[in-house]
Design a protein around this ligand. Structure first.
Ligand code: NAD
Length: 357
């Protein structure tokens, strides 16, 4: 098969890590008989420098016409003085909305070889690492509801409104259940239904959607309990389904349990197969161009692309296995380095992973 991929290296370490990810994908193509055609496009600071805006129309067009989008990272101190709409990060929100990406998928996978980096006690994590996925609604809820300021009896006040429609909850719930079907068939929906009317609607809709997925076990947790359960018993989770704000907080909490920001991939999905895949970390300007960045989060983002956009499960697993083998051999970039391991740079880490495929 032939797949077209819009590639946005972006800023900082973006170009360093994307280069390695492309080498990995080329190797997958060679081994499994696919071709991946890349079209490199501008976004973020690189686009501001070249054409004066963070998300040029031409970039949106290429992304829409491609089978999928791979993004490194955007932003950096060079553009920090710019205001709101002109900032590099604006490109991310703009792309999500232009491509209709309403579901953010963030696996929190801890390779057993990196157990030392986990801040939780050994008896909580056990011997076999951690593997859960947070499915966060991305384009609704309190971040997009009506907001404003007013003058009340106590002086100035401000409000933000949390709003979800039945259809918005339905479509994100389906994403979570579909992912659970490919994993351990358990969905934990996290809300605040003891207080929020919005959450009561959320819960009822999730129950409705669950009827179409008889094999999947469904649980509901209040967000305060969910945050606590993530640190006292994270292994109970398979797929966590939640709204925009709770997901923002819980996905960061879940990723910190794994201990390393340079290891974690993410995907943003919509109604179609087109998705945007990117590491969860930023552009790390402090190590840009120094051959120090860990390319693994970007490389495992590609595994997600193969799995969710192209339905190439075997190829996705091959990438994840190659990463695990390189870690098992003791190779580490600076961010995940520990005593007795072998320190390697971005390029060498990429080469080692390609070598395992
Ligand atoms: P960051 O994730 O870029 O860096 C935080 C720390 O982690 C730094 O010390 C960095 O060196 C390290 N780090 C991050 N990724 C690494 C990797 N792959 N390998 C090794 N070390 C790594 O976060 P920040 O410093 O808060 O932000 C820097 C810039 O990135 C800002 O302009 C911010 O707005 C932007 N940003 C972009 C995205 C995105 O593009 N999706 C996300 C977050 C932040």
């Amino acid at each position: 098969m032939n797949y077209t991929i819009a590639v946005i290296p972006g800023d900082g370490i973006g170009p360093d890590i994307v280069e390695q990810a492309k080498l990995v994908l080329d190797k997958i193509g060679e081994k499994y008989g696919h071709t991946f055609d890349y079209t490199e496009v501008l976004a973020g600071g690189a686009a501001i420098d070249a054409v004066g805006e963070p998300l040029p129309e031409a970039t949106i067009k290429v992304c829409k016409e491609s089978d999928s989008v791979l993004l490194g990272a955007v932003g950096g101190p060079k553009w920090d003085h710019l205001g709101g709409d002109q900032r590099p990060e604006k490109a991310l929100l703009g792309l999500r909305s232009a491509l209709g990406l309403f579901a953010n998928i963030r696996p929190a996978t801890m390779f057993k070889q990196l157990r030392d980096a986990c801040p939780l006690k050994e008896e909580i994590i056990g011997d076999d690492g951690l593997d859960l996925v947070v499915v966060r609604e991305l384009t609704g809820g309190i971040y997009f509801g009506k907001r404003g300021r007013d003058h009340g009896p106590n002086g100035e006040e401000a409000y933000d409104t949390m709003m979800y429609s039945v259809d918005e909850v339905k479509r994100i719930a389906k994403v979570a259940f579909d992912i659970a079907m490919k994993r351990n068939k358990k969905v934990t929906s996290i809300d605040k239904a003891n207080v929020l009317e919005n959450s009561r609607l959320w819960r009822a809709v999730v129950e409705e959607v669950a009827k179409d997925y008889k094999e999947v076990t469904v649980e509901h947790l209040y967000v305060d309990n969910g945050a606590m359960q993530l640190v006292i018993n994270p292994k109970q989770f398979d797929v966590i389904l939640t709204g925009n704000m709770f997901g923002d907080i819980l996905s960061d909490e879940a990723s910190m349990i794994t201990g390393s920001i340079g290891m974690l991939p993410s995907a943003s999905l919509g109604e179609s197969k087109l998705g945007m895949y990117e590491p969860i970390h930023g552009s790390a300007p402090d190590i840009a161009g120094m051959d120090k960045a860990n390319p693994i989060a970007t490389i495992t983002s590609l595994a997600m692309m193969l799995r969710y956009s192209f339905d190439l499960e075997e190829e996705a697993l091959a990438i994840e296995k190659a990463v695990e083998e390189v870690l098992e051999d003791g190779y580490r970039t600076g961010d995940i380095m520990s005593k007795g391991m072998t320190l390697v740079g971005t390029k060498e880490m990429g080469r080692l992973i390609v070598g395992k495929l």
